[in-house]
Design a protein around this ligand. Structure first.
Ligand code: PGA
Length: 254
């Protein structure tokens, strides 16, 4: 049986007070119940301790939305892997399309961050995905292949247990548009074939590939029901305790 990873990306929403409240709201829905999926929420850095505190003893995990490649020193505004670990996080989202677009993060920089994250014992969620024009012109696989291989080339097969890929078609992020389950499955299968080329079938089968882009309770069952969809990276819907919880519940029913 697969274990889904249901990851919420709160982006630049919810300071410590609101994040703590939202985290408690989510956990209260699961009080006395267990789940077999991995449940992860990634608040802004500053809200991590509040969420971590609310999650204590509940089975919910916290993650960061970004990281820097150095351990410490004169890098104003940055946060290191050791700080993220110290705060109790288990995962780091890397190379989200908003970071690629607004902060000009290159494939090389994203590859360094992924390697640093995995080397430090944290798990990396590498985000990849094409923009609308690339899909319209039929170049989506070419684009995703370049993004995935740029990172795979820097990692060894040993990294596979700590490596998750999130396929997030940029045209589906925050737009209400979702990739159809068929489109998602097709791309996930393609991504898995790229991992297989680098690391072989056994490792490729074990790497989780999440779908992201307007996932919500209404479409989660169909998306998570695809054979190569191993979870979700959920933005907007993860800011609502009911919606996030519902998606987690759906993952338990598959
Ligand atoms: P969305 O965001 O669910 O709001 O589309 C997903 C993401 O950007 O990770």
């Amino acid at each position: 049986m697969r274990t889904f990873l249901i990851a919420g990306n709160w982006k630049m929403n919810a300071g410590p007070t609101d994040a703590g409240k939202l985290a408690k709201e989510i956990t209260s829905k699961w009080a006395g119940k267990t789940f077999s999926s991995e449940a992860l929420l990634c608040p802004p850095y500053i809200s991590i301790p509040a969420v971590q505190q609310a999650f204590d003893g509940t089975g919910f995990q916290t993650g960061a939305q970004n990281v820097y490649i150095e351990d410490d020193g004169a890098f104003t505004g940055e946060i290191s892997t050791s700080m993220i670990k110290d705060a109790g996080c288990t995962y780091v989202i890397i190379g989200h399309s908003e970071r690629r677009e607004y902060f000009s993060e290159s494939d090389e920089f994203i590859a360094s961050k992924t390697k640093k994250t995995i080397d430090s014992g944290l798990k990396a969620i590498l985000c990849v995905g094409e923009v609308l024009e690339e899909r319209k012109s039929g170049n989506q696989e070419k684009v995703v292949e370049k993004q995935v291989n740029a990172v795979l080339n820097h990692l060894s097969a040993d990294a596979s247990d700590h490596f998750v890929i999130a396929y997030e078609p940029v045209w589906a992020i925050g737009t209400g548009e979702t990739a159809s389950p068929e489109q998602a499955q097709e791309m996930h299968k393609f991504i898995r074939s790229l991992v297989e080329k680098s690391w072989g079938k056994a490792k490729a089968d074990g790497v989780r590939i999440l779908y992201g882009g307007s996932m919500k309770p209404g479409n989660a069952k169909e998306l998570l029901g695809q054979p190569d969809v191993d979870g979700g990276l959920i933005g907007g819907a993860s800011l609502d305790a009911d919606s996030y919880s519902k998606i987690l519940e759906i993952s338990e029913s598959i």
